[in-house]
Design a protein around this ligand. Sequence first.
Ligand code: SAM
Length: 287
Amino acid sequence: MTDNNSFNSSPATLYIVPTPIGNLGDITQRAIEVLSSVDLIAAEDTRHTGRLLSHLNIGTRTFALHDHNEQQKAQVLVEKLLEGQSIALVSDAGTPLISDPGYHLVNQCRKAGVQVVPLPGACAVITALSASGLPSDRFSFEGFLPPKSKGRKDRFLELAKVERTCIFYESPHRIMDSLADMLDVLGAERQVVLARELTKTFETIQGLPLGELIPWLEEDANRIRGEMVILVHGHREDSSEELPDEARRTLSILTKELPLKKAAALTAEIYNLKKNALYKWGLEHLD
Ligand code: SAM
């Protein structure tokens, strides 16, 4: 059912308000109404949010609520809410709480009986998934990867047999190291999509087996600029056991003269098999 009365200013309410992840046109009508009508906006970075508010001609007061002060300041905001003020929570971009501050505030509000009203809106993980071409019926959002190689490999090991699409946030200065660790653990055949600069001028969504994606990214430094989401196809049961002996024999003969990728493609054509399964078998069984 549709409710055209999109916003009735009710006191003692915390509104969770997504903001654009690039394209300013992605702010919703309801978000503008809430931001204009509340008593206070709790923002991750008041200067950053100030620029959005002045673009929207909104003069509502702001209050800083970020990772370093959230636990302590959340209580101050809960008290304001209990006094009857209405507050909107925003982060720098996208949906608050999604790899952004807000968890402690929402948790404390709900414990104190304050109404929490979420607005739907921009979120990089959902935007990326919707265009990735990877299975979207079940997925797992994994946030940012650990900063060190050992931590990342442990995380990939933990996820190696997970059949759901796994989604990570990553920064440009760590992307190549993270993909190298992923290659070590998940292998060259795992399908990976890199969704970069979503909703912005240089938006790029590229999906390839990891063994091909890494060289493609290495070809041009612009391909790893900006903000990015990594989406990884879930684990698929190994089908190499089902490869006919004849196909395995052909593949091993062809690899004496050809690179494995080419040999796997030709063998796949001859026997009407999946080239990925042959390639994977070749990686595991041939020198
Ligand atoms: N709360 C945000 C959301 O709803 O998506 C995420 C905030 S998190 C601090 C920032 C990360 O989100 C970036 O490092 C990047 O991984 C991802 N991200 C944000 N905007 C993006 C965009 N326009 N394109 C691709 N990834 C983006």
